[in-house]
Ligand binder design. Structure first.
Ligand code: MN
Length: 287
């Protein structure tokens, strides 16, 4: 079989949104432009140097039927839920939270002189796991292996396998890859992505081109933009005089119907109604 590069199908300009108690975010998935990139429901960039953008945080709110993935580059997010789980996500840490049948939690970015930087991704759960027991994978920065290539490129492997190194986040239904990649100037990096998986890159520092193998004019993608790739076997990132830093994320599409209502993502409207009923009756979170 012929090996082919994944071509860019869309370059998304993040949209400003206000969430939680008044946090200003840049959203690239979960918007009118890109409603759903199966299995990815939402992608937010909460980076800001201004405390007014983030200090209000995300007070107590529920989730059901999804996973929320919080990756912090700078600063700190404190969290706690009504089941008694609590902790802090610091620089370089990641939290992969499987909400399953129900989590009621708060997520509060802490005001720091350097501000905050990071991302939240929502990954859909298949029908058979929507009502699974909630699960946290809290990974400290030191547990994430960084691969350094001869070119000087660096890859932090959060989930998935690169050069025989498997990331610490495991047993996720979407079989995801989540990589934090740095590529130095005037170099390139090729990375295989399993055919049939949905894939995107989020360029958050510098700029780069993604080679499509056609020798045509690959567009220059500068920060901050989200690149959606078509199907194929690999991507190649090429830098010019600038460095680039990006997240490369892929996962297996579920191809199931979705019924979405804010923080709840189920398969049918009836399941959403049931969820709202449980919230009213105070039976939403069960141990
Ligand atoms: Mn949340």
């Amino acid at each position: 079989m012929t090996i082919s590069p994944r071509r860019i199908v869309e370059i998304i300009e993040p949209e400003p949104v206000i969430e939680g108690a008044g946090v200003r975010l840049k959203r690239s998935i979960g918007t009118p432009t890109l409603d759903y990139l199966d299995p990815f429901l939402l992608f937010d960039d909460f980076t800001s140097g201004n405390p007014r953008d983030y200090e209000a945080g995300f007070p107590l709110h529920p989730h059901r039927g999804i996973e929320t993935v919080t990756y912090v580059l700078k600063g700190e997010v404190q969290h706690r839920d009504t089941l008694g789980n609590a902790g802090s996500i610091g620089a370089g840490d990641i939290q992969w939270m499987t909400a399953g049948r129900g989590i009621m939690h708060e997520e509060m970015p802490q005001v720091r002189p350097g501000g905050i930087a990071g991302f939240q991704l929502w990954v859909n759960l298949p029908a058979k796991l929507k009502m699974t027991k909630p699960r946290y994978q809290d990974i400290r920065s030191g547990e994430i292996r960084e691969i350094i290539r001869e070119t000087g490129a660096r890859i932090r492997v959060i989930t998935g396998t690169v050069d025989g190194i498997t990331g610490p986040v495991t047993e996720i239904a979407a079989d995801p890859t989540y990589l934090d990649i740095f590529v130095p100037p005037h170099t390139s990096l090729t990375h295989p992505i399993e055919r049939g998986h949905t894939a995107f890159a989020y360029v958050f520092e510098g700029e780069a081109r993604f080679q499509d193998g056609m020798g045509t004019n690959d567009p220059l993608v500068s920060h901050a933009h989200l690149v959606v790739f078509g199907d194929g076997d690999f991507i190649t990132v090429m830098t010019g005089p600038d460095t680039v830093r990006l997240l490369l994320v892929s996962g297996l599409p579920l191809s199931e119907p979705i019924a979405r209502y804010g923080p709840f993502v189920m398969n049918t409207e009836k399941e959403i109604e049931q969820t709202l009923l449980e919230l009213c009756q105070g039976t939403f979170v069960t141990t």
